[in-house]
Design a protein around this ligand. Structure first.
Ligand code: FES
Length: 519
């Protein structure tokens, strides 16, 4: 038996009418799966496991049975408003829902012209460097005639409509060749959207992309080329290819000359990490140094002597505010920190200074560290009063389960750092420097991250945020392909990929790393 499902997305700037998509599906499919196959973006950080409570839809027409997951994760008021978890709703009759989405897939790319960009002299030929991230995709453009910087653009990866992170997208791709093609087309469409926006602003309207350099993680790189990813989904998690690849851009559905993707360094240590190591000159000699790129997938690299050890760990979406009951992106209303008075009263600070709406990823770390310092939460993560929540501000409560999510995420990261250091025979104090790559690292306060037991116990002065090192590496390669290729080969020759899961002591170290205190 089949039923018709209609999705209504929010009103856009381009139209007063809500965007509608329809699907006729067999009874039994859940609404999240249907939405993903139709390309309707629904936020689903837990991948449909009824844990995050974020995949909200409002049932406008049709039956709206309340699932056990709805009852557990949604308040009575939300249920009364017709809100349901898409991953738990299995329509048996024609149903229309309104997507309550934080992703705006229809938003135009953000364009940031270079300070010296002259709109009267838009380039005819451009060199393009890209960081193909699983959430956000960033592009940097250069004039091919003089290598001058034209500007940067960024946009949401269209793949988010098929799954929140790399793991859920792999699950989607494994549904079959058509699903994998969806993800490939999403990635290519995202890059074309950026390029088209560039031709409206930074490059001449008929401008040509002379060469593209793309740094992406293993899954993104495979998908961009349309390569199978089955081998990445099962032990021993072998990529279908690892080398840097240069081919005509049209083979990956892109306009212009050539496309180069940077080499993969291990199963889940991809071209984005290779690019970061290139940008940060990890092949230069020097005392032990570490790079950590924090995200839903976190990469750790340690240069010591002749060897660069790398590993990757799925830290989960907690650092991005996903899976957190009151989690949100770092925008107006997000709690960034709190003060706890001696009497235990809490005052929250928000972006924009106004009413608190939720808590962002870095805010969560600041808040939990402050609560531990004040004795309201113990180092093992339990709320001291025995309650299941702490009110941070009117309408924003931190749940015990949120603290557990943070512990799991930071525990995974800390375990990776411990293991890589141990493999090199080093202690925390031996690290001369620790570079935090990526947007999350930019907003993290080193002292707080160390106090939360997230980063190694070193002098915070040795910790530095280095921004989007993957994009910097893609730029370096784009501007000097031959020299960069040689350096990348030198880096690859020194790489030792550390498999975390196969270590006997992994579980013990993970448990030790859950503690919310330095060490
Ligand atoms: S995706 Fe439905 S609760 Fe997380």
């Amino acid at each position: 038996m089949h039923v018709r499902v209609t999705f209504q997305e929010g009103i856009t700037e381009a139209s007063d009418e809500p965007r509608r998509s329809e699907a006729v599906v067999q009874v039994g499919h859940n609404l999240l799966e249907v939405a993903q196959s139709k390309g309707v973006a629904i936020n689903a950080p837990c991948g449909g496991r009824a844990q995050c409570g974020k995949c909200l839809v409002r049932v406008i027409a049709g039956p709206a049975p309340i699932s056990e997951g709805d009852r557990r994760l949604l308040s009575p008021g939300m249920l009364a408003e017709g809100l349901r978890l898409a991953c738990q709703l299995r329509p048996r009759l024609a149903t229309t829902v309104e997507v309550q989405n934080r992703f705006d897939l229809h938003a135009d790319p953000v364009v940031r012209p270079a300070p010296r960009f002259d709109p009267a002299r838009r380039a005819a030929r451009a060199i393009v460097a890209v960081d193909l991230g699983s959430t956000s995709v960033q592009m940097r453009l250069f004039d091919a005639s003089d290598l001058g910087l034209l500007g940067e653009l960024s946009v949401l990866n269209k793949q988010v409509r098929r799954g929140h992170d790399v793991m859920t997208r792999m699950t989607y791709a494994l549904r079959g060749p058509e699903a994998r093609r969806d993800l490939t087309e999403d990635a290519r469409e995202t890059l074309r959207a950026l390029w088209n926006a560039a031709r409206r602003s930074l490059v001449a309207p008929d401008g040509v992309a002379e060469r593209w350099t793309v740094a992406g993680n293993s899954v993104m790189t495979h998908l961009l080329w349309g390569e199978p990813i089955e081998s990445l989904a099962e032990a021993p998690y072998k990529p279908a290819f690892v080398e840097s690849r240069t081919r005509p851009a049209h083979e990956a559905g892109l306009p212009g000359g050539t496309l180069t993707t940077l080499p993969l360094l291990g199963s889940f240590v991809g071209g984005d990490t290779a690019a970061a190591l290139l940008a940060l000159r990890f092949d230069d000699p020097g005392p032990p140094r570490m790079m950590v790129d924090i995200g839903t997938n976190t990469e750790v690299a340690l240069a010591h002597g002749e060897t660069i050890r790398v590993c990757s760990t799925p830290a989960g979406p907690a650092f991005e505010g996903g899976n957190i009951s009151v989690g949100m992106r770092a925008e107006v209303g997000a709690i960034t920190s709190i003060d706890v008075r001696e009497d235990g009263a809490i005052r929250a600070h928000t972006i924009g200074g106004g009413k608190a709406k939720g808590i962002c990823g870095t805010g969560l770390i600041q808040v939990v560290v402050a609560l531990v310092r004040a004795g309201l939460v113990s180092r093992d993560g339990a709320i001291a009063s025995g309650a299941d929540r702490i009110a941070l501000s009117r309408g924003v409560e931190l749940m015990q389960s949120d603290i557990r999510e943070l512990q799991l995420a930071k525990g995974a990261l800390r375990t990776a750092v411990r293991i890589v250091l141990a493999e090199a025979g080093l202690r925390d104090a031996d690290l001369a420097s620790l570079q935090l790559a990526g947007a999350f690292g930019t907003h993290l306060t080193p002292r707080t991250a160390i106090d939360a037991g997230m980063l190694p116990s070193i002098d915070p002065g040795r910790v530095a945020a280095v921004g989007n090192a993957s994009l910097d590496g893609a730029e370096r390669f784009a501007l000097d392909p031959d020299g960069s290729a040689r350096r990348l080969e030198a880096i690859r020759a020194r790489i030792r990929h550390v498999e975390l899961a196969t270590r006997d002591d992994f579980q013990a170290l993970f448990v030790q790393s859950l503690s919310l205190g330095p060490g």
